[in-house]
Design a protein around this ligand. Structure first.
Ligand code: NAD
Length: 510
């Protein structure tokens, strides 16, 4: 059994520190009915507004009005706004990261990494602002030019999850802005302060470059009010990040009004460990992917599919490594595993472990709540490792907590079938030194996920590659080389300079 080190909360991410960070980000006084709580201690960090359906309506109207101007600003000039936003993220990296730690419970290094991702996507979007290219195609008719052009889409509604409280906003917004769109953002209920901070930096960038003020709107709304954004016909694209449950509610509503959706939903990610794998390397990749961010990434490693010849050794080594992880206050130096976001999340973790045991699972390490005396209103758990006889039950589901289910396999086809044998399709990896095995895993009949890695874990993507997943993960792609197309509409133009009127397909008329 593990005996993880714990670090009682003595937070650096206090209400006072949060207030100072917000002031540095240009946010003055906050007040209102919403209590922004710390998952580190359970204390109230600040009070904020809680918006209504009327506020959503006003925000969408203002965004739409601003869009009518913004769409005609040349794209490279729009890029200047995002360039400035990226500079402000660089200048205020520490303050924004502190808000992420305080509200989402991420350790400092991961919170800084999240802000770095925002800087990276701004860089990518600025370059993209000069490359919103269409194709020119050969026309079948003489004296004709056939071309595709891309135009701004309209208002983009961004709905984001608590676990990437600011990066997902930037992924969407940086691209949407260079594409000539306006953005209305509804962040997760647990992370309003981070949202207010990131939004304040965009407000400053807008002022600095003289862009229309209305192009970005923040609505602090719960999911019920968020539905007003989903249903609003002026919102051309709803980009929604969160659980599969949320996607099931949002997608049909948007489809009913023929709007567009971009869905980034839950994952149930697996890594295969082959007999030839470098186990030292695999161990590090597995522990970061499975226990990092307290298991609260969409790309968190949840299933380990390990060859029977190395299963005992590797499981034992993971359990031992888990015993060395410091769990506790994410703002304290040395902590590697912070809190779960709230009680509901802890209860889901406990339910999953109970169910796993009932289904024949053997808990090899962790799973218990820690620091309950020191922080009764916060929820820290030991990352768990559970050997399962098969993946027919609880393993099919994404439990948003650090639980790693271990399954054994004998041949690669069986391992790939297990990897693909869940409803979600976000991230996957294989640890192997056998090139043929790696290529098989990456082939058309290999992993069915949007992300398939070799010799690294399932989490920690770069913004240069398309991000998203298949099946119940929703099929959306953000970041990467062509994500910008989701934020634009395409027109096909046929220009006739022949002085004749030949019809396509040789049709004769008049
Ligand atoms: P959640 O689904 O509870 O909430 C996500 C967001 O959707 C919140 O802003 C919430 O208010 C909103 N929402 C929920 N129902 C809605 C509705 N009917 N109409 C409008 N808005 C609605 O998810 P969460 O607990 O905040 O985040 C964790 C989940 O998000 C996990 O399932 C995780 O895998 C997923 N996630 C996916 C990605 C990805 O890129 N694939 C990234 C981060 C998180």
């Amino acid at each position: 059994m593990t005996n993880p080190t714990t670090a009682p909360p003595a937070p650096g991410a206090t209400a006072d520190a949060v207030r100072k960070a917000l002031t540095a980000l240009g946010v003055d006084v906050l007040d209102g009915p919403h209590e922004a709580r710390s998952p580190i201690t359970g204390e109230v960090l600040a009070r904020t507004a809680e918006h209504t359906e009327t506020d959503v309506d006003t925000a969408v109207a203002a965004a739409h009005e601003a869009f009518l101007t913004w769409r005609d600003v040349p794209a490279p000039v729009r890029g200047n706004l995002v360039k400035r936003w990226g500079q402000l993220f660089t200048e205020h990296k520490a303050e924004l990261a502190l808000l992420v730690t305080a509200e989402a419970g991420k350790i400092e290094s991961e919170a800084l990494g999240e802000v770095q991702e925002m800087i990276d996507i701004c860089d990518l979007a600025v370059g993209q602002s000069r490359q919103l290219f269409g194709r020119t195609l050969p026309s079948e008719r003489p004296g004709h030019r056939l071309a595709e052009t891309w135009h701004p889409l309209g208002v983009v509604g961004v709905i984001s999850a608590f676990n990437f409280p600011v990066a997902v906003y930037a992924w969407n917004t940086a691209l949407a802005l260079v594409c000539g769109d306006a953005v209305v953002w509804k962040p997760a209920e647990a992370t309003y302060l981070s949202a207010i901070g990131a939004n304040a930096l965009l407000a400053q960038a807008v002022r600095d470059v003289g862009a229309p003020e209305g192009i970005h709107q923040l609505v602090l709304a719960d999911r019920a009010v968020g539905e007003a954004l989903v249903d609003d016909p002026r919102v051309a694209l709803v980009s929604a990040t969160g659980s599969v449950r949320m996607g099931r509610e949002v997608a049909p509503r948007v489809a009913a009004r023929f709007g567009r959706v971009l869905l980034e939903l839950g994952g149930n990610n697996a890594a295969i460990v082959a007999p030839s794998a470098d186990l030292d390397l695999a161990l590090r990749g597995i522990v970061f992917s499975a226990a990092g961010t307290a298991g609260q990434r969409c790309t968190t490693l949840r299933r380990l599919i390990v060859h029977t010849s190395v299963a005992d050794e590797l499981t034992g080594r993971i359990a031992a490594a888990y015993g060395t992880l410091t769990i506790g206050d994410p703002s304290a130096e040395g902590t590697l595993v912070g809190p779960l976001i709230n009680r509901t999340s802890f209860e889901a973790q406990q339910r999953a472990l109970t169910r796993a045991a009932a289904e024949g699972g053997e808990v090899v390490a962790g799973g218990a709540r820690v620091l309950a005396d020191e922080a009764p209103d916060a929820f820290y758990v030991q990352p768990a490792v559970v050997r399962m006889p098969d993946q027919s039950g609880v393993v099919q589901e994404e439990t948003f907590a650090p639980i790693l289910y271990v399954l054994a396999y004998d041949d690669l086809d069986e391992a790939i079938a297990l990897q693909n044998g869940v409803p979600q399709g976000l991230s996957s990896s294989i640890f192997t030194q056998d090139q043929a095995e790696a290529e098989r895993f990456l082939s058309a009949s290999g992993s069915d996920c949007g992300i398939a890695n070799v010799n690294i874990g399932t989490s920690g993507a770069e913004i240069g590659g398309a991000f998203g997943g298949e099946k119940e993960t929703g099929g959306g792609r953000e970041s990467g080389t062509d994500a910008w197309q989701a934020y634009m509409r395409r027109a096909t133009n046929t220009v006739n300079y022949s002085g004749q009127l030949p019809l396509a397909q040789g049709v004769k008329f008049l």
